[in-house]
Structures are given as structure tokens and as C-alpha cells.
Design a protein around this ligand. Structure first.
Ligand code: ASP
Length: 339
């Protein structure tokens, strides 16, 4: 398996040599991710983590396992890594808690599962899959979701498991910024991206997502997140909302989003991308470009990844960077960070 670290690629896209068939694409969040703000060690840590996630998915796909298994395995690697805003390393709410959201969708059956606001499930994407496969529901929240996940074999952890000093310090900086007279929470202006008090430096969304294509030519997609730093009042973003943060349909593409969730919900971003493929017959990459352009026009920012059944991939974003990567059917891995 060859690993090509495309860290310095100019356009941040995989070398789309004609006929290359990608079988998995992942993201680890978009945001203010600039070379000048990154140390060599951090860059390597992200590259290694993205590579490990792609390898986990690739090995399963190669064995003939389902795209759902591959998506779950890749997301689990990133949930377990403190580098990403999902599972361990999730951002903190205003009250100093970690409330996690996740979703999955199966492109063959259009079945989907999601959990929101869970505080003690080690891998929220596993709980989302349990909702999809072991209940007649699509979405469960809070305590009920936790009880269901635990009863269906998902690992539980004490809430303190999710703590990282870096995310805690980020919350303290954010609260200080907010108190310095930025938009009061109740003076909500949807075009004012400073609502959470998040500074440019801290604006790394860090959500994780994956889309895979298996040997049976079925797609699956999933997304997992801690949400937005300083969120409150039980705020839920796009990541667990089917159609907003995640969507998957064999007829169009598998899609996972990261970014300012309110904009992704209002633009129904993942489903919008699927609709552009279905109704306007746009290639997956053009559909992704259009969705990100529309989110930008609304005042939002972030990224989106997609993969269709022919193995065509999209990784678009309107921030300075997005942790992302692909693996093709020969096992060639490429990871990218900057624009
Ligand atoms: N989209 C996520 C949310 O709004 C945040 C992220 O992408 O990191 O909850």
C-alpha cells in the first residue's frame, strides 16, 4: 500500500489520472488550517491519523466487507484520536461538557441512523449504526440514545474520557472572546459567524466523516462530531441530520459535510449535492463545488466530501484548509491538509 502525502499539493485534489477508481474518501474537518499555524510534528500527527483511518477502511473493503463497515472503521480511528473534534478530543459546550452527534447512511437501502447530544458513548458513529440496524427509528437524542446504544453493545465511557486540555483551553479563549462584547447569543444574526465567539485561530471545525464504495458497488457515508465550541441550550448541528451533514444514495453519491452547521442545515447541504447530481446530472465534483459556493454566499463556511459509484471523488471547501484523504482500489493513499 503506497502512501502519498499530498501535503503540499497546489490544488489539494487527488491526481485524478483517468480511470483511477477511489474507494474511500475521508475528512477530519475544515477551518482555519494554515501552514504558518502548524508545526511539523502536528502536520505529521494529522497525516498519520488520516492515513491510519484510510488504511482501516481499505483493509475491510479489500476483504470484501461492506462500505458501512469501512466507513465505521475509518471514523472510529478518527473518533479515538484526540486530534479531531469527534469522540476523544471533542469540543466543549458552554457548560464545559462534551455532547456528541453522529450519523450514518446506507446508499443501497437508504436506511439511516443518527444520535445527538450523547455524553458517554465512546464511538458515537457505532451508536448511529445501531439505531439504523437495531431500531425502527432514524434518530435518537440524549439519555435515550445513550441507553439504547449501551443496551446494543456500544462501549460506554465516563464523560471525562473525552477531555483534552487543548479543547478546554479553546473553550476558555472562546468564552473570553464572547464576553469581550461580541454578538450576544440572543442577538443572533445568522450572517454573523462570530456568534459562538470563536476566533479565527480556533476556527477549525474538526468534525470527521467518511464515504466508501465496496466490492458490491454499494456506497455508505457517515459523520461524527463534538459540534461547535461553546454551543449551548442543547444545540445540535448538521452532522447527525440526514440530508444536512450526511446523505448517501447509490443512485447519486455518498456525502459527508463539515463546517458551520447552521448553514449546512439551512441549505440541506448533503441532500442538495445529491439532488444536483440526480436532477442536473452534475458530476460529483461540480455538485460539491456548487454546494460550497452556495454556502459561501449565505455567509457560511466549511467543506464537503463525496464519492459516487464510478469511484469519482470530491473534496471541496471554502476555508483555508481541510484535513482529507483518499484511497484508491490499488491501496494508494493520499492525504491533504491545505488548500
Ligand atoms: N458541522 C459541525 C457542527 O456544526 C461542526 C464541524 O463540522 O466541525 O456541529
Amino acid at each position: 500500500m503506497a502512501v502519498v502525502a499530498g501535503l503540499y499539493s497546489c490544488n489539494g485534489q487527488p491526481a485524478t489520472s483517468e480511470g483511477t477508481k477511489y474507494i474511500m474518501v475521508i475528512h477530519g474537518g475544515a477551518g482555519t488550517i494554515e501552514k504558518g499555524l502548524m508545526t511539523a510534528e502536528k502536520e505529521k500527527a494529522y497525516t498519520d491519523a488520516l492515513t491510519a483511518a484510510l488504511q482501516a477502511g481499505y483493509h475491510l473493503l479489500k476483504e470484501g466487507r461492506s462500505s458501512l463497515d469501512a466507513v465505521q472503521a475509518a471514523i472510529n480511528v478518527m473518533e479515538d484520536s484526540p486530534l479531531f473534534n469527534a469522540g476523544k478530543g471533542a469540543v466543549f459546550t458552554h457548560d464545559g461538557k462534551n455532547e456528541l452527534d453522529a450519523s450514518v447512511m446506507d446508499g443501497q437501502t437508504l436506511k439511516a441512523g443518527a444520535v445527538a447530544g450523547v455524553t458517554n458513548i465512546r464511538n458515537p458513529v457505532n451508536a448511529a449504526r445501531a439505531v439504523m440496524e437495531k431500531s425502527e427509528h432514524v434518530m435518537m437524542v440524549g439519555r435515550g440514545a445513550e441507553q439504547f446504544a449501551a443496551a446494543n453493545g456500544c462501549d460506554t465511557v465516563p464523560p471525562s474520557y473525552f477531555f483534552t486540555q487543548e479543547r478546554w483551553d479553546q473553550l476558555q479563549r472562546t468564552i473570553r472572546e464572547e464576553e469581550k462584547g461580541r454578538a450576544a447569543y440572543n442577538d443572533f444574526n445568522p450572517r454573523d459567524s462570530k456568534i459562538y465567539g470563536v476566533t479565527e485561530r480556533d476556527k477549525k471545525f474538526g468534525t470527521v466523516g467518511a464515504v466508501a464504495l465496496d466490492k458490491n458497488n454499494n456506497l455508505a457515508a457517515g459523520t461524527s462530531t463534538g459540534g461547535m465550541t461553546n454551543k449551548r441550550y442543547g444545540r445540535v448541528g448538521d452532522s447527525p441530520i440526514i440530508g444536512a451533514g450526511t446523505y448517501c444514495n447509490n443512485a447519486t453519491a455518498g456525502i459527508s459535510c463539515t463546517g458551520w452547521g447552521e448553514y449546512y442545515i439551512r441549505s440541506v447541504a448533503a441532500h442538495r449535492m445529491s439532488s444536483l447530481i440526480e436532477l442536473k446530472h452534475l458530476p460529483v465534483e461540480d455538485a460539491a463545488k456548487q454546494v460550497i459556493a452556495e454556502i459561501g454566499e449565505m455567509g457560511g463556511d466549511g467543506g464537503i466530501i463525496g464519492l459516487d459509484r464510478s469511484g469519482k471523488v470530491a473534496m471541496e471547501f471554502n476555508t483555508s484548509g481541510m484535513y482529507r484523504g483518499t484511497v484508491d482500489e490499488s491501496g494508494n493513499i493520499s492525504v491533504y491538509i491545505y488548500k
